[in-house]
Design a protein. Structure first.
Length: 179
């Protein structure tokens, strides 16, 4: 196992939590700046929502994501081509993800994310951003504590399943499907 530990960098500025909307009927996603992006596919399961769309930034061509409300996470994978990567990197955002209407979901992101690759120690990022947002009054103490607890639960869960993200989800009855 290897770690990709990096030196902590101080947050540049504090901001309110990012909020995104996922409109299943229109096949769109509205980002935190109000930009509307086309979505190629949505798929619902009892435990979450799958989103697949063309990526906005090279070299990536596709972005896939699962919103998993029970775990308070969104897990994303970015692809250089349409084929499933052999050694996927999971980008796991911590936040609140909910169906707010029958065909509409909302994601509120709480600054912290976890980067995980099977067989490697997960990397926790954004803790300084969360603390800065709390200090600036953008999130209350309860929200900050819950976000931190959720993030460490993700790291612990992955570690307790041989550093395998999908094994951890499988133990919770969740099987993700990807491109």
């Amino acid at each position: 196992m290897h770690s990709t530990a990096t030196a902590a960098t101080p947050p540049t500025s504090s901001h309110r939590p990012r909020v995104e909307y996922f409109d299943l009927a229109d096949l769109t996603k509205t980002d935190c700046r109000g930009f509307v992006h086309s979505v190629e596919r949505y798929h619902s399961e009892p435990w979450g929502l799958y989103v697949m769309r063309a990526a906005d930034t090279p070299p990536f061509r596709y972005t896939e994501a699962w919103l998993l409300p029970q775990l308070s996470i969104r897990v994303s994978m970015h692809h250089v081509n349409a084929a499933h990567d052999r050694d996927p990197v999971y980008h796991i955002d911590i936040g609140e993800f909910d169906r707010i209407e029958p065909k509409r979901w909302r994601g509120v992101f709480h600054y912290i994310d976890v980067v995980a690759r099977n067989g490697c120690v997960p990397e926790l990022r954004g803790v300084d951003d969360l603390f800065a947002a709390h200090a600036a009054g953008h999130v209350d103490a309860s929200t900050a504590q819950n976000a931190f607890a959720r993030a460490t639960a993700v790291v612990d869960g992955i570690a307790s399943h041989e550093h395998n993200f999908e094994r951890w989800l499988g133990a919770r009855g969740i099987t993700l499907t990807w491109l």
